[in-house]
Design a protein around this ligand. Structure first.
Ligand SMILES: [Zn+2]
Length: 233
């Protein structure tokens, strides 16, 4: 048995910034380390050590924003300068807002992802809070735009239902949830159906009534995982 630290270390890769060439360090979590992760109704997956790399990140050296998975990997890591922090800088809610205001190149390619992340980051203040926080006008506008981008895949329909629930469009959410879903997303579907039936719009944690499976949210919650990068056509 290797320790968790060793397994994490073995999954460290260095990418090269497309703008300035600086190395960007990525640490990927292995599937077995997602045990203990918390799934929220907006698809956000909270991992115990919060080191799951996002799809987009910022270069620490030049602040250019890039798709971490698509950057070329640096094979010869022996030449990397020591003593420098190469970890990518996570995007803030303001970075996502800025990208959404200027939709081109990277932001068009990842349009729905940006809107989901903007939604999830804004929801952070609701996680673990008992006080209901109404959606702001900006959040509401983002969700209405996001609804237009979602398709027919299970994960998209779940996000659609959750958005409709949070917008208190309960009957429309019921219609979406009435259709069949893959059993992999069963716990999420059953919980959302229950919440919609109770006319509850608040963000909640999803409790699993069966063993946690990594495929629970293949293209929403798992969008945090670089290895499962999905691009919209
Ligand atoms: Zn750079």
């Amino acid at each position: 048995m290797t320790s968790i630290a060793e397994r994490v270390h073995s999954d460290t890769v260095y990418k090269q910034c497309a703008n300035c060439g600086a190395p960007i360090k990525l640490v990927s979590l292995r599937p077995d380390q997602s045990l203990g992760a918390i799934l929220w109704s907006d698809g956000y997956v909270e991992t115990p050590d919060r080191r799951q790399p996002p799809i987009l990140g910022k270069c620490r050296a030049c602040e250019a924003i890039g798709c971490l998975a698509e950057l070329p990997e640096i094979e010869d890591t022996a030449q990397l300068p020591g003593g420098t922090d190469h970890a990518f800088v996570p995007l803030t809610v303001d970075d996502y807002a800025m990208l959404l205001e200027n939709l081109h190149d990277i932001s068009l390619q990842f349009h729905s992802y940006l809107r989901i992340r903007f939604w999830q980051l804004n929801n952070h203040r609701r996680r673990g809070s008992v006080e209901p926080t109404p959606l702001s006008d900006i959040e509401r506008a983002n969700l209405l735009e996001l609804l237009k981008l979602l398709g027919e895949a299970d994960a998209d329909r779940l996000i659609t239902a959750e958005i409709l629930r949070q917008l208190q469009e309960f009957e429309a959410a019921e219609t979406v949830l009435a259709r069949s879903f893959n059993e992999h997303v069963g716990p999420m579907v059953r919980r959302l159906r229950q919440l919609v039936g109770e006319r509850k719009a608040g963000l909640v944690k999803i409790d699993f009534d069966e063993p946690h499976q990594n495929t629970t949210l293949s293209s929403t919650g798992r969008q945090d995982d670089v290895s499962s990068t999905r691009q919209r056509p």
